[in-house]
Design a protein around this ligand. Structure first.
Ligand code: MG
Length: 314
């Protein structure tokens, strides 16, 4: 698909690629910093214009991302591309600022029990912790992205009232978050639930500022993202190959919605991602070699098999 000819009627869907942070975070085998840098650059070369590069958390908490201080500055930055880093506190913010980060993400939860388990404090206390981080980031001229996890279900308490989500979204908006990403951390949501979620969140936040972050644990990642897009959402978090997971969602939990799957699903529609699917397949193969296994994306698996099988015929 060439840019331009179909651009007049197309609507842009912004893909936020979270593989290098959210995806790799759940990989046991630690990738060398140079590979992480190359991964980000390869992803951006496919047309991805927003990528979550790393996090600035305590190194002992997330060993895979302990090298964020080295990785972030080493990435060659292209104009117009958002390079995002996850920052939990003021110490992380300072390290991020020194590394040249201009957009951060903070991480809240809509479930009291998940917040206690994952952040070591309840919803209100975690929001209080992020307030000065967001305020300081804005003083530094940074863009702030807010995550809300467990928006469609919690591994501990099960059902999460949509009112909880709305309350956290409102708090993140009030502390100055520019974009707020709604995460179905354990992937239990359905398109029907997504419609209700977006309808409720839209009452407190313009749909242009809503992103969705859906996991594929139950095979609903793509259907749920498409439902959000149909509801007017234009920012979708995905991960190359579907890399990632959630330590709370069970041993075989698959990860984030695969970038390849979303780009494939939107091809030929009125929605344009500006991302080259063949380029993504090349990144997928490259990364699979480095992590030592095939990545979960069904679209990538099918297309790579097809490429291998028909390469002589072409
Ligand atoms: Mg995720």
């Amino acid at each position: 698909m060439t840019a331009g000819s179909e651009a007049a009627n197309s609507q842009q869907v912004r893909v936020i690629e979270v593989g290098p942070r959210d995806g790799l975070q759940n990989e046991q085998q630690i990738l060398p910093a140079a590979d992480k840098v190359e991964l980000v650059q390869r992803l951006v070369a496919t047309g991805i214009s927003a990528v979550e590069v790393t996090s600035f958390v305590r190194p002992d908490r997330v060993p895979q991302l302990a090298d964020g201080v080295a990785v972030f500055p080493a990435v060659q930055k292209l104009p117009g591309v958002r390079y995002i880093a996850l920052v939990p506190n003021l110490a992380g913010l300072q390290a991020a600022a020194e590394a040249g980060v201009q957009e951060i993400a903070v991480f809240g939860a809509a479930s009291e029990q998940f917040s206690q388990s994952n952040l070591g404090r309840g919803i209100d206390d975690s929001l209080k912790m992020f307030e000065p981080v967001a305020a300081e980031a804005r003083l530094l001229g940074m863009i702030v992205r807010g995550y809300v996890s467990t928006v469609l279900g919690c591994p501990f308490s099960g059902h999460v009232p949509v009112g909880n989500v709305v309350r956290v979204v409102r708090a993140l908006d009030e502390m100055g978050c520019d974009e707020i990403s709604l995460g179905d951390t354990i992937g239990v949501g359905t398109p029907h639930a997504v419609n209700e979620l977006i309808a409720q969140v839209e009452t407190v936040l313009a749909v242009q500022r809503i992103a969705v972050h859906f996991h594929d644990t139950y095979g609903m990642g793509l259907a749920n993202s498409m439902a959000a897009i149909q509801a007017g959402v234009r920012a979708v978090d995905t991960s190359i190959g579907g890399l990632g997971g959630c330590p709370f969602a069970g041993r075989n939990a698959t990860g984030n919605l695969a970038t390849e799957d979303l780009v494939y699903a939107l091809a030929g529609s009125e929605f344009d991602t500006g991302i080259d699917l063949d380029g993504l397949l090349q990144v997928n193969s490259w990364l699979a070699e480095r992590v030592g296994r095939a990545l979960p994306s069904k679209v990538a698996a099918a297309l790579l098999a097809k490429q291998a099988g028909t390469s002589d015929a072409k």
